[in-house]
Design a protein around this ligand. Structure first.
Ligand code: ZN
Length: 413
């Protein structure tokens, strides 16, 4: 069986979806529950229906489109990704995993393949943290990694709660607790995604098969010192909060380098100082720190040492501090049997491939809590993502969709 991918149809659908954006092309901006997101959901719903898929939507807007199998006893094989996009992003991140999954199913249908197990596309709500400050909202709730009580309290920048916004979007009739899916519900989850890194392109390969997904721990650290006039407060008397923060940012770098695994990375991407005037000693500083690794214990070692180093810095500089964990998720290991299934599919299709690590996290990270998972990557130009010039060629996309189709067929047979 050779699934024949209609790349023109898929490319046209990717282009149409990209036009449902708050920013003009080529930029794509699609905030979850915005009118553009709603329009995109409507477009996908119509395409799912046209392909004869059975649709269900849960209380947070996660959408399930199922191709029924011939054996009712078999657990479904799931695939999918997200369609929300950060401000000024591109058109492939997430979307490829949803529209690509639909094309994979259509290709299998037209090849005459009949699945024994159901194949189900999942469109996850709010993978990007843009609106609620927390990534993978839909899959996190599905995997019971976020309690419904905490989720209900999440608010966007305008102070609107998730509860209010999901109701306005038409998903409010059931409680958030109903989103959770028990472990063992799915036989497998396979996510197709652009690599968002440079490795496949650099090595001139068609397909990446993910073995591990690195996961972030995100911390917010607030330092409190004493302000004053930059000319008048003498150096021995200072309690400069920004210097405690600066030393902490350097500590993140040296601790990740010394204690993290070779996949370990640490970034201090937010640095806010008050009052923020050139002639005033900073009395408050806030950092947000992102530490990632594929090795959970190495990441924990970095975090623990960082906490003790912050205590030591603050003691020496006479500062107060407060550390908030924004999130801390365990990395995921892909199921060896699924890695092999995807690899055999790539080999069978005659595509070049390698195993790799996903350094960005995805809905798969949370699906791993309830199902065996694997991810299939395709190259993207210069490894660029989350920017308007994000690009994968039609032939690169067609190969990824073919590997997905072959893998789904293998698993659903
Ligand atoms: Zn994504």
């Amino acid at each position: 069986m050779t699934p024949r991918i209609d790349i023109d149809r898929l490319s046209a659908e990717i282009d149409s979806l990209a036009l449902l954006s708050e920013t003009p092309p080529p930029a794509v901006t699609r905030l979850v529950f915005s009118k553009e997101d709603q329009a995109a959901r409507k477009m996908l719903g119509a395409l799912f229906e046209k392909a004869g898929l059975e649709i269900r939507v849960d209380a947070v807007g996660n959408t399930f489109a199922r191709w029924n199998g011939s054996d009712p006893a078999r657990k479904p094989i799931a695939t999918g990704s997200h369609i929300d996009a950060i401000p000024n992003a591109g058109k492939y991140d997430g979307v490829l995993g949803v529209l690509g999954a639909l094309e994979a199913i259509r290709a299998l249908q037209s090849s005459g393949f009949q699945p024994q197990a159901p194949i189900e596309i999942i469109l996850f709500t709010s993978e990007e943290p843009t609106r609620f400050g927390l990534g993978c909202l839909g899959s996190r709730l599905m995997g019971s990694r976020l309690s419904p009580e905490r989720a209900a309290e999440l608010r966007d920048h305008d102070g609107k709660s998730l509860d209010e916004l999901r109701a306005a979007a038409g998903f409010g009739s059931e409680p958030l607790a109903s989103v959770a899916i028990p472990q063992g519900n799915y036989a497998a989850f396979v996510e197709l995604h652009i690599e968002q890194g440079p490795i496949l392109e650099r090595e001139n390969l068609d397909i990446g098969i993910v073995e591990k997904i690195a996961a972030p721990a995100a911390l917010r650290v607030r330092f409190e010192g004493d302000g004053g006039h930059a000319g008048a407060v003498l150096m021995p008397d200072r309690r400069d909060a920004s210097l405690g923060a600066a030393e902490t940012a350097l500590a993140v770098e040296h601790l990740v380098k010394s204690l993290g695994s070779s996949d370990g990375v640490g970034t201090t991407g937010i640095f806010k100082i008050k009052p923020g005037a050139i002639n005033s000693v900073p009395f408050e500083a806030t950092l947000e720190i992102d530490i990632r690794d594929t090795d959970h214990s190495a990441r924990q070692a970095v975090e623990e040492s960082l906490r003790s180093e912050i205590r030591e810095i603050c003691k020496r500089r006479h500062l107060l501090h407060e550390i908030t964990t924004i999130n801390s998720d365990p990395p995921a290991i892909c199921a060896p049997a699924l890695v092999e299934a995807a690899e055999s599919s790539a080999r069978e299709a005659g595509f070049t491939h390698r195993r790799m690590v996903s350094r960005a996290y995805h809905d798969s990270l949370f699906m791993a809590l309830i199902a065996p998972i694997v991810m299939v990557f395709i190259p993207c130009r210069n490894g660029w993502s989350h920017r308007p010039d994000e690009f994968s060629s039609p032939s690169q996309i067609a190969k990824g969709v073919e590997v997905l189709a072959r893998t789904l067929a293998r698993l659903a047979s």
